[in-house]
Design a protein around this ligand. Structure first.
Ligand code: PLP
Length: 376
């Protein structure tokens, strides 16, 4: 059994005929033939499709989800010494990009039910140095962006939604990535909408910001060889755009399948007494980038699953407030205060999740977990 099976995805029927794999090969062949490997027509095409889908005016594709975050922070003029409030419970990139700019990540603890930043913890952390909030939409469900935006508006702060795991999810009927000043996502192969390498995108309704994001992603270039500011080489490859265009044909169907897999998991887990199944807020839908539960004796559970050939993963075992590489020593907070993030990092376990996970496999996972939780 695989944790995520991308090969099964390749065998799926594509609406243009044939299987996805052949559509991907056709699209890549077109790029090889036209030769515009950098910012070719496929890049513009996927940006238009994605901005329409998200419901924002501008999509700027990037070289990765990490670069999408970095470029967004640069476009918001985040300077050394500035404070950016974020969650302590995410992939390193969220706070790494803040730290790269010499700014300081300030962590607001998470809501233990959704694992996303708790809006109620934010306001007390705002100082005159605070410039922005990065909320992460973890495991496929958006953070409480509505409440976060309200706090940000009150204090004149910008809000980035790190939607690397939630592309396609909704919040009060609006699409993830289109919920705040800037939304960023990742097309890393295992994300809900993945390419075959690195890729990402920024989304915004603000024309000036969109222009700056675009310029920063091309070395700060505003016209050929005129560089108004320092940027980076942060573009999406045309070949990756071609892969995304092929996968776009099955994306909506895959979201539904992910939700079906998740519902099946939840019903079956609840029936064996595991109630730490994902909690989705009533105004949200999740794309289940991960299907994550909590268990007390996690390392034993992981080894019992492993013995039955079932892979699992931990997202994430060390909270950002305890990562040695980040500027945590400069943070006015002590490490131990984010109790919900600490508890989560000790107890969460993600189970295999992809649109084509069969009921038979789910049953195998459930029966193995049934043995494992006797220890709990
Ligand atoms: C994957 C991920 C990123 C980084 O995306 P890359 O494309 O791998 O650079 C950032 N934030 C979160 C929450 C992620 O899951």
């Amino acid at each position: 059994m695989k944790f995520i099976d991308l090969q099964k995805q390749q065998d799926q029927h594509h609406p243009d005929g044939g299987v996805l794999k052949n559509k991907i090969i056709d699209n890549i062949t077109k790029v090889i033939n036209h030769g515009q490997f950098i910012l070719g027509p496929e890049v513009t095409e996927i940006e238009e499709i994605l901005s329409d889908y998200v419901g924002v005016k501008y999509c700027i594709s990037t070289s990765s989800g990490t670069d999408a975050l970095l470029i967004s922070l640069m476009a918001l003029d985040i300077q050394p010494g500035d404070e950016v409030i974020t969650t302590p419970f995410s992939f390193i990139a969220t706070a790494e990009t803040i730290t790269l700019l010499g700014a300081i990540p300030i962590y607001a603890d998470i809501n233990p039910k959704t694992y996303n930043i708790d809006p109620n913890q934010i306001e007390a952390l705002i100082t005159e140095k605070t410039k922005a909030i990065i909320a992460v939409s973890l495991y496929g469900q958006t953070a409480n962006m509505k409440e976060i935006n309200e706090i940000a508006n009150k204090h004149g702060l910008k809000v980035i939604e790190d939607a690397a795991q939630s592309f396609g999810a909704t919040h009060h009927q609006l699409k993830s990535c289109g919920l705040s000043t800037i939304g960023t996502t990742s097309f890393f192969p295992s994300k809900p909408f993945g390419c075959y390498g690195d890729g990402g995108a920024c989304f915004t309704n603000d024309k000036n910001l969109a222009q700056r994001i675009r310029a920063i992603s091309i070395h700060g270039q505003v016209e050929r060889y005129l560089h108004k500011e320092i940027g980076l080489n942060g573009r999406l490859d045309t070949i990756q755009a071609a892969v995304l265009l092929a996968k776009w044909g099955i994306f909506e169907k895959e979201i539904k399948l992910r939700q079906e897999v998740a519902n099946l998991y939840t019903t079956k887990l609840n029936s064996i007494g595991i109630n730490s199944t994902p909690y989705i807020d009533t105004y949200n839908t999740s794309v289940y980038a991960q299907y994550t539960i909590k268990v007390k004796q996690r390392s034993e559970v992981i080894s019992i699953l492993k013995e039955s050939g079932i892979p699992s993963a931990v997202h994430y075992p060390i909270p950002l407030c305890q990562q040695p590489a980040l500027n945590n020593n400069k943070s006015p907070q002590s490490n131990g205060t984010h109790i919900n993030a600490l508890t989560a990092s000790n107890e969460v376990i993600s189970l295999p999740m992809y649109p084509y996970l069969t009921e038979e496999n789910i049953n195998r996972i459930i029966s193995s977990l049934k043995d494992a939780i006797k220890l709990d």
